[in-house]
Design a protein around this ligand. Sequence first.
Ligand code: NI
Length: 214
Amino acid sequence: MPPSSPDRFHKRLRVLLWSGAAVLTVTTAGLLVLRDQAAPTVVYSGEADIRSDFELVDHTGHPVTEADYADRWQLVFFGFTNCPDVCPTTLAYMATTLDLLGEDADRVAPLFITVDPERDTPEVMADYVANFHPRLVGLTGSPTQAAAAAQSFKVYHEHMADAQAPDGYTMAHAGHIYLMRPDGRFEAVFLEGDQPPEDLAEEIEMRLDQEGRS
Ligand code: NI
């Protein structure tokens, strides 16, 4: 496939961002409504401020930072293991995307970062990520560490009382999948349901190809 021209690439990226109801509220003060019912509204302060910057613990119990994944692109999703709907479907979608990437999946670190670190211990995360993909890395940490990680990605999340939920609470959170560059800078954001996994795999391949040529 021939590479897209830069203009076309950027236009496509913009459309993608807007259609994902995602980033870019730099110029508008309006609230963007997400389709994730658990996350009613969210405001982002702009892609330039989004960075992969964290000190967490992986699901094997090892302390990690974004530098541990600096040899790869990062596909990052925030959620929690007690999530009834958005997390399982999005993680399954990421797993399918990884399979579609084939060997190129070696160049992508798929990271699932919890917004519920008090329940999502490394052991809980290990059991959970194993349900989805052998490459999927679960990341947790202290409440302070997890909050700082979410802050670096500007991820909306909120503790909400819910009598129906386990332990009487749920975590509302945004449902975006972040594609981050190996140096930790923001590249793009996606929502499951905006494109089939084949298209997400192609979006990633396109960037891997460009990197390979530069
Ligand atoms: Ni969720």
